[in-house]
Design a protein around this ligand. Structure first.
Ligand code: HEC
Length: 171
């Protein structure tokens, strides 16, 4: 009886968030889809052109792609605990998830806003620039441009960080 009561109260509080979690997850995933696809295609294309183009693709094009994928109360981006660019510092609501998540998450940001997160896993392709042994000339170019680089030493399958989405007006 008591357990049922407690469970009922938790459910009621959950509902007080005032939005439909499944709908937020659906909108979040839809917002990330073009960002992830374009990022990957740009990176693969740039890697064929050589190390400078590839590093530029990450440094210059990634933020541009994020801006383009953000619109009408929807903002997307990437964050990590081990940053290459200190400018990619996570928003406070994202920070608790940077130690690792296994599946997408929905977060209540209050005021009718919600966050959505997906884990970023390291693929073989990523270790070219984020692995334990980065070849030249890429290693040198990265050191030059990012003297504070921490985003190295990753292996395929490692948790690298998160894709995040902020959604306004989820009421
Ligand atoms: C050609 C080299 C290169 C490759 C390949 C590469 N990255 Fe990066 N990555 C960079 C650079 C350079 C930055 C810094 C971008 C900036 O200045 O915002 C970066 C930044 C990031 C960030 C943002 C957080 C931070 O550390 O600043 C994430 C997340 C990330 N990379 C994940 C990946 C993943 C996942 C892959 C594989 C799909 C990948 N990277 C492949 C060079 C690369």
């Amino acid at each position: 009886m008591r357990a049922t009561l407690v469970f009922g109260v938790v459910l009621a509080l959950g509902a007080c968030g005032g939005f439909d979690e499944a709908e937020v997850a659906r909108r979040g995933a839809a917002a990330l889809m073009p960002f992830k696809t374009e990022l990957k295609q740009t990176l693969i294309g740039a890697l064929k052109e050589g190390p400078d183009a590839a590093i530029d693709a990450c440094a210059v094009k990634a933020p541009e792609i994020a801006r383009r994928a953000s619109h009408d109360g929807v903002k997307v981006g990437r964050a990590s605990k081990k940053l290459r660019n200190p400018g990619n510092q996570a928003m406070p609501w994202v920070e608790p998830f940077l130690d690792g998540i296994d599946a997408p998450r929905v977060v209540d940001l209050g005021d009718g806003r919600a966050g959505y997160l997906e884990p970023i896993r390291v693929e073989a392709l990523c270790t070219t620039c984020h692995g334990a042994a980065i070849g030249e000339p890429i290693a040198g170019r990265i050191k030059e441009r990012y003297p504070l680089d921490q985003a190295v030493g990753y292996a395929e399958g490692d948790f690298r960080g998160v894709f995040w989405v902020e959604l306004d007006d989820v009421r």
